[in-house]
Design a protein around this ligand. Structure first.
Ligand code: BGC
Length: 722
């Protein structure tokens, strides 16, 4: 349709019909009221009238349902305006790939692209028009359960990966049925909730907001994301969905965003609980005034917008502008001509979990695993066949993570299956040992597990956090392994030192005690559908671990949050990895540094950083410096290394971080092979924000280093001239 035709359509709509376009319901609520909903959700159950005019639906099952929803709606809608169908496809639809925090550990934007491209293929045939992805809330506090949904504690990494996902998902033309629109979330600073508690209030300075939290959302919008979702939290006193500064001033004003803003689940209604709206009507007014186009599930807009306009409280122009944004998106997706978009039952059968997709998911699971410790245990030799597989995750199928689709566990390759796929002749003894729930206290299985361990060539100890313990609404105050798992580990390792621990979890855990006695630890996160195959290939050296931590692992909960790009203080501790130095910024009882810093990860080979060189030592504002890092594989196995580039601005008008990642590149090197990795540094990368939110750079000295956080190996200096 032309813009003119869309405007004509808008003019022909009643106020109620316009409001309907701005409302989103759950598919469950929508389909012929099949669900019996009571309690607060019951109040949200849409009337038949709403079904007739409603603009969008979230969370549906498959192509068949997508088509049925569309048919039912179009049969009733007087204007024949198709529904927008949205779904949370976060790390795969049917073929699940590793959780985003794990994807961050790959330091590989191309891999993110490849995985998102696979998710796009599965989503489009399912009938998805919009995915609520990427989630790029920079998160520095592992108590927050949603840290699993983000790529990193690091804004640059987070933004680059988010942008790669947007490019892969949206393609070059949203009108093509194989492409899906992206909704960036959760704007803004949702990851900074006080004390790591989900939905909690956020108070950050303008400078912190702009340097740490906003860049990743902006990177995704620059990549073309068509929608954005304000976060649940209040930011500096104002809930995001009603935050005019965030939405009108920054988003639409400074950034010129013209796409659709959709509230988070019930977030408009929650303005009442926040205590900034007197009732639902007031909430509808506040959200509309702040520029929120769609009200997800609460029906505040449907119930009140028309009256608010009639009373003159909300302008009809504001409602029209919101409706036009929604109509334009539908039009861009080609829904007026083809309301099913890519939904295709036959293609679902061919695409879901196909060989090609499984291969991508397996590779991603391998590339995102982080080898934390290895005292010569791994890789197991091929002759190691009599293996004890122990622990609550030994036969677990729920290794997919919070946002995997319901039933995803049915398709998971388990660890025993993975081992047998690789080594059909392997003799496996499997013992659970104990549970992994918080309330698990039963130790009665430990003795049997110890016995099994004692008689085996090698032991795999599969430990972690149950899948349901990280994700939305799943904050934790303790970050250890739940239940008696630490005790199980200690006893098993005493019985057989040839033990490798593999971990499944959705957040950085405190592993201080565990690594003090464990000879080998491989962090698998939630690897997804191909979990077992990836585990087996990594343990037996068919794949070489190359993941680097996308968020540091704390030494204790008391350190959290402890971002790698921390600011210096007036009294920095001279040796941050030691115990107390009186009257410096430190703890009496623990070092300042995390147990494993951002960017850390071992391999089955070793890499030497031989040289860091700059092609000049002075740079003008419009000039560039070429930085060359020479790295060599000094071990016996081929492997991938992530070369990381860090910046420090030692003297500036505001305090600057002690280290800041400004670029990264992954290289594959055969034994003995050497690579020269070239980065280009420009003035853009030297910028920061002053206390008033002004972006600038200052002439003076800068330091460039390589290595990983807190362990910078080589450093060179240059000057930015006036
Ligand atoms: C989450 C969002 C999600 C939405 C729709 C909310 O609870 O915060 O991330 O996209 O639900 O499922």
């Amino acid at each position: 349709m032309t813009e003119q035709a869309l405007k004509k359509l808008l003019e022909s709509m009643t106020l109620e019909e316009k409001a309907g376009q701005l409302v989103q319901c759950n598919a469950g609520q929508f389909i012929a009221n099949q669900l019996e909903i009571t309690g607060p959700d019951g109040e949200m159950l849409p009337s038949e009238e709403l079904n007739r005019v409603m603009g969008s639906v979230l969370t549906f099952e498959d192509a068949k349902q997508a088509k049925a929803l569309q048919d039912k709606h179009l049969a009733a809608d007087p204007h024949k305006i198709p529904l927008l169908l949205m779904l949370d496809v976060i790390h795969g639809l049917r073929t699940t790939y590793p959780i985003p925090l794990a994807m961050g550990c790959s330091f590989d934007d191309d891999l993110v692209y490849e995985c998102a491209d696979m998710a796009r293929r599965e989503s489009s045939v399912c009938g998805v028009h919009v995915t609520f992805n990427p989630m790029v809330d920079t998160a520095r506090d592992p108590r927050w359960g949603r840290i699993l949904e983000t790529n990193s504690e690091e804004p640059l990494l987070n933004g680059r990966m988010g942008a790669a996902l947007v490019r892969a998902t949206q393609g070059d033309d949203l009108g093509k049925p194989e492409n899906v629109a992206c909704c960036v979330k959760h704007y803004a600073a949702y990851g900074a909730g006080e004390a790591g508690r989900d939905y909690n209030t956020v108070d950050v300075s303008e400078r912190m907001l702009r340097e740490t939290y906003l860049p990743a959302y902006k990177a995704c919008l620059d990549a073309g994301a068509r929608l954005i979702m304000p976060s649940f939290n209040a930011l500096n006193g104002v809930p995001s969905v009603a935050n005019k500064y965030l939405m009108n001033d920054i988003l639409r004003g400074e950034w010129g965003f013209e796409g659709v803003v959709i509230s988070d689940y019930d977030a408009v209604g929650e303005l009442v609980s926040h205590g900034v709206a007197a009732d639902l009507k007031d909430a509808a007014r506040l959200a509309m005034e702040a520029g929120c186009d769609i009200d997800m599930v609460k029906n505040a807009y449907y119930l009140h917008l028309a009256n608010l306009v009639r009373e003159g409280t909300v302008s009809e122009e504001a409602v029209d502008a919101a409706v036009m944004r929604v109509l334009r998106l539908k039009n861009e997706l080609g829904l007026f001509e083809n309301p099913y978009h890519g939904a295709d039952e036959q293609a679902e059968k061919e695409v879901y979990l196909c060989e090609k997709h499984r291969e991508i998911a397996r590779r991603a699971a391998e590339e995102t695993a982080v080898l934390l410790k290895n005292e010569g245990i791994l890789p197991f030799r091929r002759e190691v066949k009599h293996v004890a597989l122990i622990g609550p995750f030994a036969e677990e199928t729920r290794l997919n993570g919070f946002w995997s689709r319901p039933g995803a566990e049915r398709y998971t390759v388990t660890i025993p299956e993975g081992i047998r796929n690789l080594l059909p002749e392997a003799e496996l003894i499997i013992e659970r040992g104990c549970g992994a729930e918080f309330e698990d206290t039963d130790r009665s299985g430990i003795d049997r597990a110890v016995q099994a361990a004692a008689g085996a060539d090698a032991v795999i100890l599969a430990l972690g956090e149950p899948e349901n313990d990280s994700g939305e609404g799943r904050s934790r105050a303790e970050l250890d392994l739940p239940g008696p798992q630490a005790e199980l580990a200690r006893r098993v390792i005493e019985a057989n030192g040839n033990t490798a621990i593999i971990l499944f979890n959705g957040r950085p855990l405190v592993l201080t005690e565990l690594v003090s006695f464990a000879p080998a630890v491989l962090e698998m996160w939630y690897p997804g559908t191909e979990a077992g195959n990836a585990v087996a290939r990594l343990l037996w050296g068919e794949a070489n671990p190359c993941g680097k931590l996308s968020a540091g692992l704390p030494r204790s909960v008391g350190q959290c949050p402890n971002p790698y790009n921390r600011m210096n203080t007036g009294r920095p501790k001279p040796e941050p990895d030691s115990r107390a130095f009186p009257f410096t910024s430190c703890y009496l009882d623990t070092p300042n540094l995390p147990l494993y810093s951002f960017g850390f990860g071992l391999s089955y080979t070793t890499f030497a950083y031989e040289k860091l060189s700059l092609d000049r030592t002075q740079m003008t504002k419009d000039g560039e410096i070429r930085v060359t890092v020479t790295v060599r594989n000094t071990g016996a196995a081929a492997g991938k290394e992530t070369v990381q580039l860090y910046l420090r601005d030692p003297v500036a008008s505001v305090v600057r971080p002690v280290q800041q990642l400004i670029d990264y590149r992954k290289v594959f090197l055969k034994p003995g092979e050497r690579a020269e990795v070239v980065f280009t540094v420009s003035e853009m990368q030297l910028r920061f924000f002053d206390m008033n939110g002004r972006e600038m750079s200052e002439p003076g000295e800068f330091r460039i280093s390589t290595g990983y956080a807190d362990h910078l190996l080589l450093t060179e200096r240059f000057e930015l001239t006036k």
